[in-house]
Design a protein around this ligand. Structure first.
Ligand SMILES: *Cc1c(COP(=O)(O)O)cnc(C)c1O
Length: 465
């Protein structure tokens, strides 16, 4: 399988090349040259498989010749072995045709683990084969940091350094990062805010000699390997609800558009998904686009569902590329105009083609706080502030008589304050994290100063020399 850039000016790569590169050199995003396709008989054959086995078979055509199938299978098994539910991604029925697909049984209680746990193993495997070592650096305001740390903790040939703003993350979020026992993990608490942390990471990448000396890398949310690793759970859920004989719809709490794009990829591969419902909070650029062809950038406002607080959804470029007939020059031009003007110009017929199957939905914080107890009353189900918007969207926009898969992207215990406001009780942490508050924390405190941070990273890199 070859991969090409949505902007057409970068060299094509194989799966390994895409995994290591993340973003294409022309600023575009990598896409498979063609979508692999499963026949109805091939899909039916996946139906009885445990999740990790199904995932290996769905991913095999994307990986191509780069990794032997037996190795891929072993990595899928290891990636999902630690999940806290035997089904890995259980489907929970909430109403006649509404099912929550629980994607939060991984180590950090959010759906990012679905892709990152596997990507950690993929990195380790590929780097060992090449005899290379990389250092991942990143900044976090909360959740992405812990998912990245859990993904590469104790992996060979990878170090990870995550900067967080000292005293400015929630205690659960900080402890999920600082209590991981692994000698390849360095947490730095920076005396500054999240923007300072992000600026320090950007400055490290911009410092060419340092970047080369440390072989810096990022765990990018636009890496196609992460998208690929999110396709299997849509295949799994649809098969369990009657596909390929029966059509299904999906409703997905959306930020960067990666998760819902994976559902669309599942359809390209032959899974009959008839509708894609994009759920947003007050940061509703996607809902405005789907309602009225208004993709215009406004500021980001904080909400109860912070992982959906986005200004621009980077993975939307991939869908745009497809609906522009894979015209890379036109995609590049559309993105350049969008960046310059803050408004994306999508021709009416293209917009109509997208909105035939994609529907937008939004809920304010106030509405979200009302939905949580309502769902709890009606179905006995406690959903976090992200998932509940997807479930409400499924109820309101799901086609009549069709099963709707509502992606449940975070465990309610990850957002105890919002849950307490909504239903009056704090959800307990699941068993595997129950002692989080007793675990020993390890982190280094550092000033908001590039030289000081680089010294920390360098000392850490040289710790065993
Ligand atoms: C990351 C995240 C999302 C958004 O997913 P995208 O793939 O960026 O659209 C939604 N909910 C939760 C809990 C997340 O962590």
């Amino acid at each position: 399988m070859r991969y090409l850039s949505t902007r057409g000016q970068a060299e094509q790569k194989d799966f390994t090349g895409v995994l290591l590169a993340g973003l294409a050199a022309d600023g575009g995003l990598y896409m498979p040259e063609t979508w692999p396709r499963f026949s109805p008989a091939e899909l039916r054959a996946l139906r009885a498989l445990p999740y990790a086995e199904l995932a290996a078979r769905v991913l095999a055509p994307f990986v191509g010749e780069c990794i032997a199938f037996a190795d891929l299978q072993a990595m899928c098994r290891r990636a999902y072995a630690g999940f806290a539910h035997k089904a890995t991604v259980p489907l929970v029925q909430l109403d006649t045709n509404i099912y929550a697909l629980e994607l939060f049984h991984g180590p950090t209680l959010a759906f990012k683990d679905m892709a990152l746990q596997l990507v950690g193993h993929l990195f380790e495997h590929v780097l060992a084969g090449r005899g290379e070592k990389i250092r991942i650096v990143g900044a976090t305001s909360g959740d992405t940091g812990s998912a990245a740390i859990e993904a590469v903790a104790n992996r060979q040939n990878i170090d990870i350094t995550i900067l967080h703003p000292h005293g400015k993350t929630s205690e659960v979020q900080r402890r999920q990062m600082t209590t991981v026992k692994a000698d390849n993990v360095l947490n730095i608490a920076v005396d500054g805010n999240f923007d300072d942390c992000q600026d320090l990471v950007k400055a490290m990448f911009a410092d060419a000699p340092f970047r080369a000396e440390m072989n810096l890398s990022a765990v990018n949310s636009i890496n196609f390997a992460r998208i690929a690793a999110q396709i299997p759970y849509y295949v799994y859920a649809a098969l369990n609800l009657g596909a390929p004989e029966r059509e299904v719809a999906v409703a997905v709490p959306t930020g960067n558009f990666g998760n819902i794009l994976a559902a669309w990829a599942a359809r390209q591969m032959g899974v009959p998904i008839a509708r894609f419902i994009v759920a947003s909070n007050r940061n509703d650029i996607l809902a405005r686009f789907l309602d009225a062809n208004d993709m215009s950038v406004q500021g980001v406002a904080p909400s109860l569902s912070p992982s959906m607080d986005i200004q621009v959804s980077s993975n939307f470029e991939r869908l745009l590329f497809e609906f522009l007939g894979r015209d890379a020059a036109l995609t590049a031009q559309t993105m350049a105009t969008f960046r310059a003007s803050g408004k994306m110009a999508v021709a009416d017929p293209v917009w109509r083609a997208i909105t035939k199957d994609f529907k937008g939905y939004r809920r304010s914080d106030q509405e979200t706080l009302a939905e949580i107890p309502r769902l709890h009353r009606e179905s006995g189900y406690l959903a976090d502030p992200h998932s509940v918007i997807g479930i409400a969207a499924a109820r309101e926009l799901g086609p009549v008589g069709m099963p709707v898969i509502a992606a449940a992207t975070a465990h309610p215990a990850k957002f105890p304050d919002a849950i307490e406001r909504a239903v009056g009780v704090r959800p307990p942490l699941p068993a595997h994290l129950a002692d989080l508050y007793e675990r020993h924390e390890t982190y280094t405190r550092a000033p908001n100063d590039l030289a000081a941070i680089e010294a920390c990273v360098r000392n850490f890199a040289n710790r065993n020399v």
